[in-house]
Design a protein around this ligand. Structure first.
Ligand SMILES: Cc1ncc(COP(=O)(O)O)c(C=O)c1O
Length: 413
């Protein structure tokens, strides 16, 4: 049996994280299956933490990427104009922006990680308003670089910052009463609070444990932001790109964000792009190169990302994904009826099951792994999140759910 992990243990930093939960060496992957060096197959319910919405090695993307490389397409272009970037932009405008009446939005490519896109959004909001504070929520996750980390709520991540994480006012997610109190304070000249540059919100908190904002609250936040002259920023990095039942996770919320932040699934093939969708009146505050970055012209991501966007030409793809979400929901509801399970939450094909302790979640996930299923924990460890590729085959979804249900039975039964 090959499973040489010593190389990593000896030479790779202690920062290693996901690999500790799935201790094997993978060599191959296809749609929702990852195969290790011993030819053991695992069903992937984690999909690169929400990157691989269209599956591992999506065949349409693979073909397009191979053609692009074969013809010596421009793989790296800084922010120079390329044919594939133009195709990607035109497809995004036609498929996503036009149907939503957002055709005039400006697309800003940032460094390719989500956290870099968040940094760019924060910088733009501060530049536009001349203010420093930003409102971000409890259980929010926005990334690891210092500005984004200041907005991230989880202390496990915050505690390694090495410097104070400042200029963030902590709001309470999806809580109308807390929002009213915040409004009173912002509008009271004697409260000591000054108006913020922005409200940075995940419409569906993903790492926070699949917590879905209500329409009333999200619209209330937008109204407060508008009243205060602050920007309303939605971080759809993990919940967007079709994950929650439509292209944006907030399509059914009746809101009109000033900046939308996208990354993860946008590059399609597991290859990165970070992008802001800015209202033009705010975008014009940028001068050339004021948030620059070497990796903003990702040719492979533009090519594969365009293929990914074509899945949204009509509703059949998102409807199928929603149906898969319902299949998972049925299993989780059954488990909740049988065992002590704190909560089950869902939007589209993003679901969470919350156990009483992080140890239970860990034991369930490791039993799943032993039996050929990859599933990841989130929040402070007590929640397991279901984010398989949207393209997962029915039989692999059902097989994965059987493995999961058996693991829960073993740990809680
Ligand atoms: C909502 C959200 N924002 C930002 C990020 C940070 O993205 P990245 O890890 O690519 O920097 C993540 C990553 O999980 C996320 O889920």
């Amino acid at each position: 049996m090959i499973n040489e992990m010593e190389t990593f243990e000896q030479h790779e930093s202690e920062i290693r994280a996901y690999c500790r939960a799935v201790p094997t060496v993978f060599k191959k992957s296809s749609n929702a299956i990852m195969t290790d060096e011993n030819d053991k197959e695992y069903i992937d319910f984690f999909a690169g933490a929400g990157v691989l919405n269209f599956g591992h090695n999506n065949p349409k993307m693979k073909e397009a990427v191979i053609d692009f490389i074969q013809r010596d397409g421009v793989v790296h272009s800084l922010d120079m104009f390329t044919d594939v970037k133009r195709d990607f932009i035109n497809t995004f405008v036609k498929t996503v922006l036009e149907p939503r009446g957002m055709k005039n939005r400006k697309l800003q490519f940032t460094g390719p990680t989500g956290t870099n896109a968040v940094e760019a959004a924060l910088k733009l909001a501060r530049k536009v308003t001349g203010r420093t504070e930003v409102v971000a929520c409890n259980r929010g996750f926005h990334g690891m670089t210092l500005g984004a980390l200041a907005c991230t709520a989880n202390n496990a991540f915050r505690s390694s910052s090495g410097v104070p994480l400042t200029h963030v006012i902590r709001g309470t997610f999806d809580d109308m009463r807390a929002l009213e109190l915040m409004e009173q304070k912002f509008k009271d000249a004697g409260s000591g609070l000054t108006p913020p540059a922005a409200f940075l919100i995940e419409p569906v908190q993903a790492e926070g444990g699949v917590r879905v904002a209500s329409k009333e609250w999200l619209q209330g936040v937008q109204k407060l932001a508008n009243d205060l002259g602050a920007l309303f920023i939605l971080d759809d990095i993990q919940a967007g790109c079709g994950r929650c039942g439509s292209y944006f996770s907030f399509d059914d919320m009746g809101v009109d964000p000033d900046i939308i932040i996208l990354a993860k699934g946008l590059g399609g093939f597991g290859t990165p792009i970070g992008m802001l969708v800015n209202k033009p009146e705010y975008d014009k505050a940028w001068g050339p190169g004021q948030h620059t970055g070497t990796f903003r012209g990702q040719g492979i991501s533009f090519v594969a990302g365009k293929v990914g966007l074509e899945y949204f030409n009509d509703d059949s793809f998102v409807n199928e994904a929603k149906q898969k979400g319902e299949t998972i929901r049925a299993t989780l509801d059954e488990l909740q009826a049988k065992y002590e399970i704190v909560d089950v939450r869902q939007k589209g094909l993003m679901l969470a099951i919350e156990f009483k302790t992080a140890q239970i979640a860990k034991d369930v996930a490791s039993t799943c792994f032993e039996n050929g299923l990859i599933i990841g924990a989130c929040s402070t460890g007590e929640i397991l999140k279901f984010i398989p590729p949207l393209t997962i085959e029915k039989q692999n979804l059902e097989k994965g759910l059987d493995i999961f249900a058996n693991a829960v039975a073993k740990v809680l039964g």
